[in-house]
Design a binder for this molecule. Sequence first.
Ligand code: BEZ
Length: 357
Amino acid sequence: MAELQEVQITEEKPLLPGQTPEVAKTHSVETPYGSVTFTVYGTPKPKRPAILTYHDVGLNYKSCFQSLFQFGDMQEIIQNFVRVHVDAPGMEEGAPVFPVGYQYPSLDQLADMIPCILQYLNFSTIIGIGVGAGAYILSRYALNHQDTVEGLVLINIDPNAKGWMDWAAHKLTGLTSSISEMILGHLFSQEELSGNSELIQKYRNIITHAPNLDNIELYWNSYNNRRDLNFERGGDITLKCPVMLVVGDQAPHEDAVVECNSKLDPTQTSFLKMADSGGQPQLTQPGKLTEAIKYFLQGMGYMASSCMTRLSRSRTASLTSAASIDGSRSRSRTMSQSSESGTLSSGAPGHTMEVSC
Ligand code: BEZ
């Protein structure tokens, strides 16, 4: 009997004819911790924050975010915002390899570079979207500059410093695995890696053959040496803005994100666990993530319901939430996405919004 194999299908919805990607402009600024490169898409919109992204280890802004930002349904969101995509130092395309002995910035120092970028662009507030190390960096930035962060979408965040058990496991893995395999194990689940889909082959190829692999290792070391963010529910160290935590239900960082959710302010935090999703939902499920981001922005008052896509309307999308969608955030929200219906629904009974306009 033929064996049934599970195949992970990546959502695809390219730009429509006439939907051309906006022109990008790449800049570099000097900061106390070295130069940082970022790419700006779109033009600043009055009274709106910029969307600022920060990518994970092993990636750059394009390999991390292009699938999401060029997804067809994402266009009606991002056309309302200027976007700033930061490349961690040495990760930008064509970056030269740092000289031996170069002191790569810590994640805290990478966060401290962000004000230089915003000052250069004359932008006052942001909505951050970060993955992995990028999610940590944006959280650290938000802790230090809370007045400038209107919202955060944090994918695969691990706010904890490595404990000695993690270090021991890391060292043991390092004895038998290459840096690129360790980074792939950080980005993707073991099931995804052994499934060796086209996506995995593509990212394995990108990372293994990266001309800046030595730089990537430096960013990886900074990630592994991160300090604890020390989030504490009800304590002083917490994110004050609306936060959407995102993790795939088969992601390597699922437990860390669940724990992070338990430490943040439940009135400000939504938790989205994506069904049938591995380590990089922004690559494999850009459609579902787009829809969640749309609801998140709508909750912040940035997406009028008239902007809901035909996609959402035809699905009669329902967001069941313990808080209302109008921005009044009274209780914690947990959203779990059903892969079949594409709806967002709450684990707990509560206010239900039917979108049909
Ligand atoms: C954007 O439109 O913001 C974008 C386009 C390509 C890659 C990443 C982002």
